[in-house]
Design a protein around this ligand. Structure first.
Ligand code: SAM
Length: 185
């Protein structure tokens, strides 16, 4: 396949909106894969990593131990903007990899209400031409609800305020993940 898959395209969107000094947010750090990726992209910037699970924060710390420009926060991403604002004025990119921790407790998952709250507050501190990238997983029951509500919310964003993109393979079976990206105008 030559066309970008979901995760490669999510990363391409992020890299095209940041530079090596960007301030960026991993809103759901999980096992740390996105935090690791971000930390490599912004060697002179800063990465804020959030997750509600202790195990996720520990796993992310372990994976990114070689970096000294990451702060880890065991709290919901709905608090991310408040925390970032204590130290930085604006951010260039945020990534949300929604759902539950792979191989973890499937009951601990992201929820529409707090996801939307986090998107709204992080959008406020996103710089012009910055981006929020969401990888949405509608293939599990809570994910389906979250997918519907998040889509409804992002479709309502004023087109003068942001470009909102939906990237999805529409012939794949079993509700595959897809991307929503919100680029601030
Ligand atoms: N990006 C991760 C990686 O690279 O390994 C995978 C993330 S996993 C699909 C989703 C994560 O979201 C879980 O670790 C879960 O604990 C976390 N989560 C659930 N609700 C959250 C919330 N309100 N704020 C932050 N993280 C949350």
């Amino acid at each position: 396949m030559i066309v970008d898959g979901i995760l490669p395209f999510a990363r391409k969107l992020i890299t095209s909106h940041i530079n090596d000094s960007s301030i960026v947010v991993d809103a759901t750090c999980g096992n740390g894969n996105d935090t690791y990726f971000l930390a490599n992209q912004v060697p002179n910037g800063h990465v804020y990593a959030f997750d509600i699970q202790k195990a996720a924060i520990e796993s992310t710390k372990l994976k990114t131990a070689s970096f000294d420009h990451i702060t880890y926060h065991q709290t919901g991403h709905e608090h991310a903007a408040t925390i970032v604002k204590n130290n930085h004025d604006g951010i260039d990119a945020s990534i949300f990899n929604l759902g539950y921790l792979p191989k973890g407790d499937k009951n601990i998952t992201t929820h529409a209400l707090t996801t939307i709250e986090a998107i709204q507050s992080l959008f406020e501190i996103t710089n012009k031409n910055g981006i929020i990238v969401l990888v949405v997983y509608p293939g599990h029951p809570e994910g389906q609800i979250e997918s519907n509500e998040v889509r409804e919310f992002v479709q309502s964003i004023d087109q003068q305020t942001a470009h909102v993109l939906h990237y999805q393979f529409i012939n794949q079976k079993n509700n595959p993940p897809y991307i929503i990206a919100i680029e601030k105008r």
